[in-house]
Ligand binder design. Sequence first.
Ligand code: GLN
Length: 241
Amino acid sequence: MTNTKHLHITQLYPRDMNIYGDWGNTLSLSRRAQAHGFTTEIVDYNPGDPFPTETDIILGGGGQDSGQTIIQEDLHHIGPTLNTMAQDGTPMLVICGLYQLFGNEFVTIGGETLPGIGIFNARTVGGAERLIGNIVEESPEFGTIVGYENHSGLTTLGEGTQPLATVTSGEGNNLEENHEGARVHNVIGTYLHGSLLPKNPAISDYLIRTAAEKKYGSFTPASIDDSLVEKARAVAMSRPR
Ligand code: GLN
């Protein structure tokens, strides 16, 4: 290990947006960064808090429509900061409910429009059916990604926003297209809970590498034993939907 450097991880809205173990992403990312030789600090950001002055990586979880309504107004307060950081290359990972609100808007099944902060050129409309179950997808950069989806929102991507992966088992962004998630700058949005990062360390490594290169100009990865991860991935992929 050659890095003796520090990474600040900001976790958005853990009080209201944290279902299906999304908090596990934060723990997993922090441990992974430590395994690569970094010291880490996790800061929780909840509505009304001062936005942390130092942030190297941003994570955000999913939530019910009600959770999304609670954090909406605050998200718009910090939206310009998040947009600037995204354009500046700060790595971010947002899951499900926050993925939807990082788009242009989310129209709920009840017909309420929750405006998003427009980091992704994407629009989500609540559907009558819930898309629930284990999901496997292929990404050119991250290989096979495995997780669990549970959403009724159907997301359509617009110009300039790329999907994260092609779905091989499950539904993904919507019922018509076989892609899932979104990417723009160094921001990843996805419907995958599970938690995502413990089973997909390639995504953790991407977030850590991007943050380290931005902050320190370079990243020297440690060699990490992923044999337990491989077992967990194999079990997850063998499960029926
Ligand atoms: N409420 C949103 C939906 O069902 C998000 C759900 C979630 O974050 N799991 O589409």
